[in-house]
Design a protein around this ligand. Structure first.
Ligand SMILES: [Zn+2]
Length: 169
């Protein structure tokens, strides 16, 4: 088990979207919405040539993904029984549908953790990772996904190995 080393975080906000949890017995089964925001924690054992863990000006690929998925969109679970109705409304231009395994903040945090780590592994070959993601829907409610990717630990446990082969997430 390796330590995290240097860490930093970056906040992303301004993603108005709505969703519903169709199985929920209470009011969460009704379509309702929030402006979602995300905080991402990064780690590196070694800094880049500028002294950064991650250059914040280089995160536009993630911002693009967040915008595509959460900006003025309607999120539903893939097993929502009204899926065909939502798809019809999407094709009629009434909503911008995104189908997810689960629209909840916990699963959203995990999804964003996967996205950012794919980007980081591809770009930094294991030097950097994200080990924590917060998905927030308002001042009171947030959920987190925390995990150090397997390949991050391997990349500095075996730093001397010149193997640059990409390890899967
Ligand atoms: Zn709710």
């Amino acid at each position: 088990m390796s330590s995290l080393g240097y860490t930093c975080s970056k906040h992303f906000e301004g993603y108005p979207c709505c969703h519903r949890q169709w199985k929920h017995p209470g009011h969460c089964r009704y379509v309702h919405g929030y402006s979602r925001s995300f905080t991402i924690w990064f780690s590196a054992q070694e800094l880049d040539p500028y002294g950064f863990v991650v250059d914040f000006s280089s995160l536009s690929p993630l911002e693009k993904k967040l915008r595509e998925h959460f900006d003025h969109t309607f999120l539903v679970n893939e097993d929502d029984p009204l899926l065909s109705d939502w798809k019809r409304l999407h094709s009629q231009g009434a909503l911008d549908l995104r189908v997810m395994k689960n629209v909840g903040l916990e699963s959203t945090a995990e999804l964003v953790w996967k996205w950012i780590n794919e980007i980081l592994l591809d770009r930094d070959s294991g030097r950097t990772c994200s080990w924590r993601v917060e998905a927030r829907e308002n001042g009171a409610n947030a959920a987190y996904f925390e995990q150090i990717p397997d390949w991050f630990e391997k990349s500095h446990d075996k730093k001397k190995d010149s193997a640059k082969s990409k390890m899967p997430l």
